[in-house]
Design a binder for this molecule. Structure first.
Ligand code: SF4
Ligand code: SF4
Length: 123
């Protein structure tokens, strides 16, 4: 990751259409089993090289609904693996697509403190 969708989400699905890597799914496809819109952290690239700010947050009508999460890199493997907030895809041959196995790009201009505090993505 990544970004997180919080419980202020109204499930309008507007963000799903604009994600350049199809990282967002509606509640009916949420792999955690929760019936809420969900960002797959193993797919989210924080829109690096696609947009100046995360496209999902630009599209979202609910202020402060989309917040920063930790970078999807090996250093934060434990944050994403074996955490009930997430359900990371299991690849047939590679196994769990954890940050150690498949790190993703992230915005290094967003501080770790802002990510730990789940600050809202500003647009
Ligand atoms: S930040 Fe970009 S890549 Fe990540 S979920 Fe939002 S739209 Fe998709
Ligand atoms: S655009 Fe915002 S309110 Fe709509 S589903 Fe996505 S996160 Fe939820």
């Amino acid at each position: 990751m990544s970004v997180l969708i919080t419980d202020s989400c109204i499930n309008c699905d507007a963000c799903i259409e604009v994600c350049p890597v199809q990282a967002i799914v509606g509640g009916d496809e949420n792999p955690t089993g929760e019936d809420i819109t969900y960002v797959k952290p193993e797919k989210c690239i924080e829109c690096v090289d696609h947009a100046g700010v995360p496209a999902c947050a630009t599209e979202c009508p609910t202020e402060g609904c989309i917040v920063w999460d930790m970078p999807y890199i090996a250093e934060y493997n434990d944050h994403f693996v074996n955490n009930s907030k997430y359900s990371i895809r299991v690849h047939k041959s590679k196994g769990v697509m954890s940050p150690e196995v498949s790190p993703q790009p992230f915005r290094d201009d967003i501080s770790i403190a802002a990510r730990e505090a789940n600050e809202a993505v500003e647009v």
